[in-house]
Design a binder for this molecule. Sequence first.
Ligand SMILES: [Zn+2]
Ligand SMILES: [Zn+2]
Length: 225
Amino acid sequence: MSLLERVAGVLFPARCVFCGAVVPQGTFACPACAGKAPRVEEPVCSGCGRGKAFCACRRSFAFSACAAAYYYEDAVKRGIARLKFHGHPGVAAGFAALALPAARRVTADAAVDLVTAVPLSRKGLRARGYNQSTLFARALAGHLTLPYAETLQKPFDTKPQHTCGGTERWGNVFGAFAVCTDVQGKRILLADDILTTGATLHECARILMLAGAADVRCIAVACVR
Ligand SMILES: [Zn+2]
Ligand SMILES: [Zn+2]
């Protein structure tokens, strides 16, 4: 380790994505949290991204495959709350490193041209100051040596998905997004933070495909079991 790296390590120590405790450089989770962060294990349903035992494919999706790194439980809930609500945008980079195996799995049998993210509305972006899914997608693109591109916009605000019931979620996001760049023929990896019913990712994938994308696959930090 160079002197510069040591100084950086003192000034900006690596932190556990889940609880914020200082961890050795190059690692992303403390041992206590690692034991309380349930990973999505094989065999995995490529349709909804969950372990086969928890498959929740109730309908066909506009994306061709989906994966998540973790189940949205225990330490993972805490980590995503740090990212989304407690002002720790740096957590996104750690999550991208931890989600890399899932991202490689969902793209194993397909070429990808670019990575993109589920957008926030302008109001949502102003309120948080950053889009956690964009940060996650950008870091993931770096690991996968793929370009990141903004392809979607959310022209107006919708109710937060977590405040909607199961079926209401589909209506809530229908027509909520717009494609803002040329995606003709592109094979796209679409990233989001949490996958619940898949309604948001489905709607984003649907309009990307309508705009001429060749394929959309999805990656989420965590899915609801
Ligand atoms: Zn921790
Ligand atoms: Zn499934």
